[in-house]
Design a protein around this ligand. Structure first.
Ligand code: F6P
Length: 553
C-alpha cells in the first residue's frame, strides 16, 4: 500500500459500517446477559500465548470475555482487520519497510530483540554498550579520581526514560544490586527539568563514584540537556574545576556529533538508530540502565518480547493476541465512544506501566491525520491513565462503580508465588474488581445487602439507591505467571504491537510525533523573552512569572 494510492479510509470499509450498527445494538446491553446466553463465552474469548521455552507452560493469558461484544461483532472486527489488509501491514512492519511514512523510516525496534532483521542495509550493534554496561555493573569503571563508579544516573525523558524506568522498577532486586555479596552499581532516573528531581537523586550521591548517562535520541531535548548541564556543574563544583569529568558521562543517542560537542568521549556514545522510535527503544542501547540493574536477565527480557514478535508475525489474525487487543480497544474507542482507558496493573513493580502506556498509546495514536492527508472522522486513541492496583481501588474506583462515565479497563495480573499471603490478596482483588465492575449491583441486590446488616426497612429504602452501581464497565484481563524479565518483555511487546494494529486500521502513523513539537517552539520563544507573537493570556502569564522571579531574587 503506498502512502495514498490504494489507501481506503477505514470508515469506507464495509465492516466499519456493520460495526456502527452493532454498536447501536450493544452499547447498553448488559455484559452479564452475554455470559448468561453463552456458557462458553469465557473460554471462547480467551487467548493463550504458550511459552516455547518452558514445555506446557502458558506465558500469557488474555481474557477478553468481559468486553462488550458478541460473536457477530467480533466476526465483524476480524473482517475489518482483513478489509484494512492488516496482514499486509504486519508483513511490511517486519520486512523493515517505511511504515513510518511521514518520516520515511522503518520501525524495526523488533530487530533489537531478534524479532526481525534490521532494515535493509542497516544495523545496530549493541556490543560496545553491553561491554560498558557489564563493566559498570561489576565495578570495573573508575571516575576521574580513580574511585569505582557505583551509581548510574540516567538523564532522559519520554521514551528515553519511561521504558527503562518501568523495567528497572519491575525487575531490579528491591534489596539492592548485590551479587555474590558484592554491591554492584545502583541505578536512578531523572526526567523532570524541575531541579528537585535531580537534587533528590544527588542528595546522597558521591560525585567521585557517579556516572551520568545522557539518554536522548535527538540529543536536542531541552529538559535532558539542561539536566546534563546541571550534572556537569555539580561534578565540577564537587570534584574541582580543573578536573576532567568525561569519565563521569556516557550517552545514548542518534546524534553522535551533538553528543561529542557536549563533551562525551567518542567511545562512550552508544548509537540509537533512527528506525528505533523513542517510545519503542527500551530494547536498544536506551536499555543501558536496565542492563546495569539486571545483568544477564536483560536477555530474558528480549526473548520474551521476541516470542510475542513471532506470535504477532506468524499467527492468523483470528487468533492473534495483539490483533485481538487492538481490535477490542478500537471497538471501544471508535464504535462504543469510550474515550478513557485505565491500565490497572496489580503489581507494585508495574506502577509506572500506566505512564509508559500513556506515551506508547497517546503519542503513537493520538492523531487525526490519515495517511492520505485528510482528517479522520473516527475517534482514535483514548485517554490512557491508571495506577497500580490496589492503590487505585482506594482512590478512583468509586468513579468506575458509580460515576457517569464508561471507562475501558485493562487488568494486568502477575500471579506470583503464594509464599506471602499478601500476594494472594492482590490477585484476588484484581479478579474481584473486574467481576464487580462488570456485574454491578441493582436495587434489589442493594436492598439485600442492607438487609443483611439488620437495618430497619425505612433505612434500607433510604440507602439502597446509593449502593446501586451500573456495572457494565468493559475489561480485558491479562495474566502472567510472575513478573520476571521474560514475561515483562512479552507484555510490553504485546502492547507495542497492539498500537501498530490500531494505527494501521485507523490509517494513521503511530511512529511520528509532530504534535508535541508545537509547544516546544513556544517554550523556546518564551525562553528568549519573546512574547509579542503570543496571545494576551500567554504573554500575561510569562510577564507574571517574570515578576515572581524578580521578587524572589
Ligand atoms: O516528547 C517528544 C519526544 O520526542 C518523544 O517522542 C521522545 O521519547 C522524547 O521526546 C525524548 O526525545 P529524545 O530521546 O530525543 O531526548
Amino acid at each position: 500500500m503506498s502512502d495514498t494510492g490504494d489507501f481506503t479510509p477505514p470508515q469506507r470499509l464495509p465492516a466499519w459500517t456493520a460495526l456502527v450498527g452493532h454498536a447501536q445494538q450493544l452499547a447498553n446491553h448488559p455484559l452479564s446477559a452475554l455470559f448468561a446466553d453463552d456458557p462458553n463465552r469465557a473460554d471462547r474469548f480467551t487467548l493463550i500465548l504458550e511459552n516455547p521455552t518452558e514445555m506446557d507452560q502458558s506465558a500469557l493469558v488474555a481474557d477478553f470475555s468481559k468486553q462488550l461484544f458478541d460473536d457477530e461483532t467480533f466476526a465483524s472486527l476480524i473482517r475489518l482487520a482483513h478489509e484494512a489488509r492488516l496482514d499486509e501491514g504486519i508483513q511490511r512492519l517486519f520486512d523493515g519497510e517505511q511504515v513510518n511514512f511521514t518520516e520515511k523510516r522503518a520501525a524495526s525496534h523488533m530487530s533489537m530483540r531478534g524479532g526481525c532483521p534490521p532494515p535493509p542495509g542497516k544495523g545496530a550493534d549493541t556490543h560496545d554498550m553491553r561491554t560498558f554496561a557489564f563493566d559498570l555493573r561489576e565495578g570495573m569503571l573508575v571516575g576521574s579520581t580513580g574511585k569505582t563508579i557505583r551509581h548510574l544516573v540516567n538523564l532522559g525523558i519520554g521514551g528515553s526514560d519511561l521504558g527503562p524506568r518501568l523495567a528497572v522498577e519491575a525487575l531490579a532486586d528491591p534489596r539492592g544490586n548485590i551479587v555474590g555479596g558484592i554491591e554492584l552499581a545502583k541505578v536512578a532516573f531523572v526526567a523532570n527539568v524541575d531541579p528537585r528531581e535531580l537534587d533528590t537523586v544527588l542528595a546522597h550521591a558521591d560525585p567521585a563514584a557517579t556516572l551520568f548517562v545522557v539518554s536522548s535520541k535527538s540529543f536536542s531535548t531541552p529538559e535532558t540537556l539542561a539536566n546534563a548541564e546541571a550534572a556537569r556543574q555539580w561534578l565540577r563544583s564537587r570534584l574541582g574545576e580543573g578536573i576532567d569529568i568525561s569519565a563521569h558521562f556516557a550517552a545514548v543517542s542518534n546524534a553522535y556529533d551533538a553528543a561529542i560537542a557536549f563533551g562525551i568521549r567518542p567511545d562512550r556514545v552508544f548509537p540509537l538508530p533512527d528506525w528505533v522510535g523513542g517510545r519503542y527503544s527500551v530494547w536498544s542501547a536506551i536499555g543501558l540502565p536496565l542492563l546495569v540493574a539486571i545483568g544477564g536477565m536483560f536477555d530474558d527480557f528480549l526473548v520474551g518480547a521476541r516470542i510475542m514478535d513471532d506470535h504477532f508475525r506468524l499467527t492468523p489474525i483470528e487468533h492473534n493476541l495483539p490483533v485481538w487487543l487492538g481490535l477490542t480497544d478500537l471497538w471501544n474507542a471508535s464504535f462504543l465512544g469510550i474515550q478513557s482507558t485505565a491500565a490497572l496493573p496489580y503489581a507494585h513493580g508495574l506502577r509506572s506501566f500506566p505512564n509508559w502506556l500513556q506515551q506508547l498509546e497517546m503519542e503513537s495514536n493520538g492523531k487525526h491525520t490519515l495517511r492520505n492527508g485528510h482528517r479522520t472522522e473516527a475517534a482514535t486513541a483514548p485517554i490512557v491513565w491508571g495506577s497500580a492496583g490496589t492503590i487505585g481501588q482506594h482512590a478512583f474506583h468509586q468513579l468506575l462503580y458509580q460515576g457517569t462515565r464508561k471507562v475501558a479497563l485493562d487488568f494486568i495480573i502477575p500471579v506470583g508465588e503464594d509464599s506471602d499471603p499478601r500476594q494472594r490478596i492482590l490477585v484476588d482483588n484484581a479478579i474481584a474488581q473486574a467481576a464487580a465492575l462488570m456485574g454491578g449491583r441493582d436495587l434489589d441486590a442493594a436492598r439485600a445487602t442492607l438487609a443483611r446488616r439488620n437495618l430497619p426497612d425505612a433505612e434500607i429504602e433510604r440507602l439502597a439507591p446509593h449502593l446501586v452501581s451500573d456495572g457494565n464497565q468493559p475489561s480485558t484481563t491479562i495474566m502472567i505467571p510472575r513478573l520476571d524479565a521474560f514475561h515483562l518483555g512479552a507484555l510490553l511487546a504485546l502492547y507495542e504491537h497492539k498500537v501498530f494494529v490500531q494505527g494501521w486500521i485507523w490509517g494513521i502513523n503511530p511512529f511520528d510525533q509532530y504534535g508535541v513539537e508545537h509547544g516546544k517552539e513556544i517554550a523556546r520563544a518564551l525562553a528568549s523573552g519573546k512574547t509579542d507573537k503570543q496571545d494576551a493570556s500567554t504573554a500575561q502569564l510569562a510577564r507574571l512569572a517574570e515578576e515572581f522571579r524578580l521578587r524572589m531574587r
